[in-house]
Design a binder for this molecule. Structure first.
Ligand code: NDP
Length: 332
């Protein structure tokens, strides 16, 4: 098996050299274990939080030990009665080509007519995050004016489409021109944050949504939050999903200068962690998977080839290198 380890905890944007590719011979399977040939690896912004050496809501990566992450693969050996050779499964043994795990830590993929890697993106953790943040945290309802930051990413791209499907007016913030074009293609008002101050971004949001913002789905922080706060309607709800703008910050970023807008607009701001809502995953799949299979939602992905490219794929998340879900495809 070949796998990545982290050799030190980074400050700032991690350097490529911090990721080491190692090889090990796997032992024979113990009872109720499976061996999986990974086809697809997920890289996600939350992994940066596991590189800090400090326990937050996920335990940090242990230096020198195999890194972990979402992955999809095929069972090639099994000593478990329920998970069989040939089953396609999702599990957390990513950042490696062959994973060996207790069978209870793997989930056999459901039988929807979608590509298997969709279970790392639109029908996996990011999709479930979009659905939870929009419906359960922001309590989005038809007719709301909905603003989403990092709107063309894995979470954002489903959040905007779910809001559109509900009959909302949706504004999406993203960087590059091709991302803005994609947003427009799914009926979203595109707004770029590049080369803009918070004030300029706020003006652009106002132009795109003259009737203000009722729901803000926050993925970024920084100037996106400041601009959103200044466009809130009375009783607005902000679902704080993430703040990627600060994940590589070496010093804490200053708070938005206009946080008092929450008072004036009688708005509500709530953070959430998708893992706490996992008991709803079945509802989410029942609702969203048939629509994905029917082509109702546009599912974008950015694919890097080969295990060696995993660190680059991860680092590119912080530079806008992905439209939709960032994935690594393994050969064989
Ligand atoms: P994305 O697919 O959205 O990838 C990250 C994107 O963020 C980039 O493509 C880039 O798009 C944008 N971005 C990166 N840095 C900045 C910056 N400094 N300012 C503005 N935009 C930036 O990632 P995910 O969809 O997987 O995750 C989105 C957010 O959701 C993250 O904050 C993540 O931590 C959070 N999350 C939270 C979960 C929870 O349980 N609370 C679960 C899953 C994700 P662009 O080119 O537009 O700049």
């Amino acid at each position: 098996s070949r796998y990545f380890t982290l050799t030190d905890y980074p400050t700032g944007l991690p350097r490529r050299e911090l990721f080491a590719l190692e090889t090990q011979e796997l032992p024979e399977l113990g009872p109720n274990e499976v061996r999986i040939r990974n086809h697809w690896l997920s890289v996600d912004p939350y992994m940066r939080g596991r590189m800090s050496g400090i326990r937050t809501y996920v335990t940090p990566f242990e230096l020198g030990k195999p890194m972990e992450g979402g992955a999809i693969g095929e069972v090639i050996e099994s000593t478990d009665a329920k998970v069989k050779v040939g089953d396609r499964v999702s599990h957390m043994g990513g950042w490696r080509d062959i994973a060996q795990l207790p069978a209870q830590g793997v989930t056999v993929l459901p039988d929807h007519d979608v590509p298997e890697q969709a279970y790392l993106g639109i029908l996996g953790m990011p999709g479930m995050t979009a659905w939870t943040g929009l419906n359960r945290i922001a309590e989005c309802k038809p007719g709301d004016n909905v603003l989403v930051s990092a709107a063309s990413g894995a979470v954002g791209s489903l959040a905007v489409q779910l809001a559109k499907a509900k009959g909302c007016h949706v504004i999406g913030i993203a960087g590059a021109a091709h991302k803005l074009a994609w947003l427009e293609s799914v009926g979203v008002e595109p707004v770029t944050y590049k080369d803009r101050t918070a004030g300029e971004l706020s003006d652009a949001i106002q132009l795109a949504s003259p009737e203000g913002i009722d729901v803000y789905f926050e993925n970024v922080g920084g100037i996106c939050l400041e601009a959103a706060l200044s466009q809130l309607n009375e009783g607005a709800r902000i679902a704080v999903c993430g703040m990627i703008d600060s994940y590589n910050a070496e010093k804490p970023a200053p708070g938005p200068s206009n946080l008092s807008q929450l008072v004036v607009r009688k708005a509500k701001m709530q953070g959430f962690i998708v893992a706490d809502h996992w008991s709803n995953y079945g509802y989410f799949l029942n609702e969203v998977a048939p629509q994905v299979a029917a082509g109702k939602f546009d599912y974008q992905e950015t694919v890097k080839e080969g295990l060696e490219s995993t660190p680059e794929a991860f680092l590119a998340l912080f530079e806008g290198g992905n439209t939709g879900k960032m994935l690594v495809k393994l050969e064989g």
